[in-house]
Write a protein that binds this ligand. Sequence first.
Ligand code: SD4
Length: 293
Amino acid sequence: MAAVGTWAFSLAAVERVRRLMAAGNGATHCVQEAMAELENDKETGCFVVGRGGFPNKAGVVQCDAAIMEGLPGRFGAVAALPGVGIPLTVARVVMDKNTHNMLVGEGAAAFAKEQGFSIEDNNDMMSEAGLDAYEEFLENRKSTSKNHDTLGLIVLDHLGNITVGVSTSGAPFKDPGRVGDSPLPGCGLYADNRARAAAGATGDGDKIMCFCPSFHVVQLMKQGLSPADACQSVIQDICHRVGKKDIFEIGLIALNMKGEVGAASTVSFPYTFWARGMEAAEQRQSNPHTHID
Ligand code: SD4
């Protein structure tokens, strides 16, 4: 049993997973519950995910979220979804109940409504801090925020099932309808029970989606690399391909069936971790990859 999450604000989610695990819950349920709590809290972190996330250029909070189980074919996603404070839960319902795997925009909202989610007014999705940041954006026409806005969570349960979830309000002040890497399989997330591995990504989604890094990490783990070596190798490969001056922000997390964790990044990247035997979840740090040839 183990869990790993992106950025420092995931500590509460990983800690919640620890408690849900102790009560006998499986990986997917843990991912959904723990993420919903953070997503739905306007004040968690600053402009993070779901409710209280960054709005787009038109002032509307539109969220991307996805979930993938390690079992073949078990994936669900929503993108550019307005009005729902817990988009990851909608993605889970897409996985469980819809014949399609990804729904976007108004179609995703219509499906969520049909499934009993209330579609809320945009004012209820915005936090005070998000509104201030948006007003500042309107004045300067550029984002000055340094906050991060993707929650990625990988959970391994007592039965050896591994599930990864990702949720984000996306790039701050993005174009309406923009979709990032987070809900795209292989880019923002990937899980494979047979490879005994799962991975998740965060950072500049417009760049990340060109490299399928989560899929790449899992393939390397399938070939025998540790989570840490697999993440490092993928970051190294990306840095090598794009060259020093075009390096972009990316952080990767990975977990294997032994409960071993790994992370690598091009920026200073805090992540959080818990595994059976540890009393509480703890924060760890990935330092930026610097060796670029
Ligand atoms: C996106 N990858 O939509 C997300 C944003 C992110 O920390 O991860 N920010 O591009």
